[in-house]
Design a protein around this ligand. Structure first.
Ligand SMILES: [Zn+2]
Length: 450
């Protein structure tokens, strides 16, 4: 019944997008295309869910009769942020178990309280996360969690784009059902892959079987790899090789893999990642907060490995603000390597958009502003005092001076889902009342170990 409800809702959204033609003008455009083209006083034309023109107006399609014309007043237009590693429903556990290392936090705080999760918790937690993402300029996220159909429902209803997988389940029938029911649903905004959590929560045979299931279903794999030194040292002691070599032996890397974190890499790992085309989701806030370390991002990128950017769950971040994450990623690499030229503003913003999209297999569809791509776009104001005196390049202003409050509009698949701080498809009062009931039940008696 829920499915029927979703299909009707999706129909409504797509009809609206098919009808709407937008013309945005007077914008500073950061296209994030392969040449990293920028246009001052640029124009973007959108027809339904598709971008049909990006440029300075020359050669724009004639006879375009827009339903809405937007004067961007010099604001930035760019592709929406793509969060390459998230556990969106963890808005239920924001900040829970702070000050612990990964193993302590995961096994003594997060896993025990997640035992209490019900499907509706995941729905309301996902909706809160999606609302937060839309207001901060994120248009797609790569998620790994429990009760995925609930997050899929939240995606369908909100108009957001996402790629989902189960964090623990290795039940092939369940995975197949998830793919059948949701892969390509909601006008193609929902994609499904296979989640394997990590090498330390699964046995070798389980990991091998997970890889085989992904292969049979024709979907990619989403997994945490080499997040901490403990994970790598334990793997060396138990299996005589690094986590990446272990995953290669088990056949997991034969699938398209998104590896979250990759903080502690050892000799040979970069070559393996390159050989198997492993894509990385870099999550600097989470790595710092859990005391895991600093990922060698510049080294991976120099080796030709695709590296996207993610926030991880908000229990270890504590938000889903991709602009803040991008700023941190850039500054951290510069300071850590004592090389101010690495991870410049444009490259880092490309990592948070185009490269994240490529990492999760959606590079042909989203991640840049270009004709033929889905209209996933944000408008960012440059009106704040902290942007003056406008002598810096707009991408520098945005990354090092700007913040999430500058996001004026978030569009997904040609639909404006948030504008001037207002959510267009999410009834926040309803979502908040449901969310608060879930929180009361989950933390009754002070939570677990609380
Ligand atoms: Zn994670």
């Amino acid at each position: 019944l829920f499915h029927l409800f979703d299909k009707i809702l999706i129909g409504d959204l797509s009809q609206e997008s098919l009808m709407m033609k937008y013309l945005f003008y007077n914008a500073f455009i950061l296209s994030m295309d392969s040449a990293l083209s920028c246009y001052d006083k640029g124009i973007v034309q959108i027809d339904g869910s598709e971008i049909i023109y990006v440029g300075n107006g020359a050669c724009a399609p004639p006879k375009f009769n827009p339903d809405r014309i937007v004067d961007c007043q010099g604001d930035i237009l760019m592709p929406g942020f793509v969060n390459a590693h998230a556990h969106t429903a963890m808005t239920l556990f924001r900040g829970y178990g702070s000050g612990k290392n990964l193993q302590d936090w995961l096994y003594n705080y997060i896993f025990p309280i997640e035992e209490k999760l019900l499907p509706e918790d995941v729905y309301f937690g996902s909706m809160i996360g999606i609302a937060e993402m839309l207001l901060s300029g994120t248009t797609c996220f790569n998620d790994m969690y429990n009760f995925e159909p609930e997050t899929a429902k939240a995606l369908a209803e909100s108009g957001m784009r996402g790629r989902l997988c189960s964090i623990h389940t290795l039940d092939e029938a369940y995975a197949a059902r998830l793919v059948r029911d949701w892969d390509g649903a909601a006008e193609g905004r929902i994609r499904i892959c296979m989640g394997l959590h990590s090498i330390y929560t699964k046995t070798g045979p389980e990991l091998r079987r997970g890889g085989e299931i992904a292969n049979r279903l024709g979907v990619g794999v989403h997994i945490h790899v080499s997040e901490t030194t403990k994970e790598v040292e334990d793997c060396l002691a138990q299996n005589g090789c690094t986590p990446f070599a272990y995953l290669a032996q088990l056949g997991v890397l034969d699938n398209p893999v998104v590896a979250a974190h990759c903080v502690d890499l050892r000799p040979g790992d970069l070559e393996l990642m390159k050989r198997y085309s492993v894509a990385v989701a870099h999550c600097p806030s989470s790595n710092l907060k859990l005391g895991s370390g600093i990922s060698p991002v510049a080294k991976m990128r120099d080796s030709g490995i695709t590296v996207g950017l993610g926030t991880d769950g908000v229990a270890s971040n504590n938000n889903v603000d991709m602009l803040e994450e991008a700023s941190l990623a850039s500054l951290l690499s510069k300071g850590f390597l004592k090389r101010p030229e690495v991870m410049d503003a444009m490259e880092t913003l490309a990592m948070a958009t185009r490269d994240s999209a490529t990492a999760i297999g959606l590079g042909d569809c989203i991640g840049t502003l270009a004709p033929g791509k889905r209209a996933d776009m944000i408008r960012v104001s440059r009106q704040g005092l902290y942007y003056m005196p406008y002598i810096a390049q707009p991408e520098h202003q945005l990354l090092y001076s700007g913040n999430r409050n500058d996001i004026r509009m978030t569009m997904v698949d040609g639909n404006i889902l948030a504008e001037d701080g207002e959510l267009k498809t999410i009834d926040l009062d309803y979502i908040l009342s449901g969310y608060k009931k879930c929180i009361e039940r989950l933390y009754a008696g002070g939570g677990v170990n609380g």
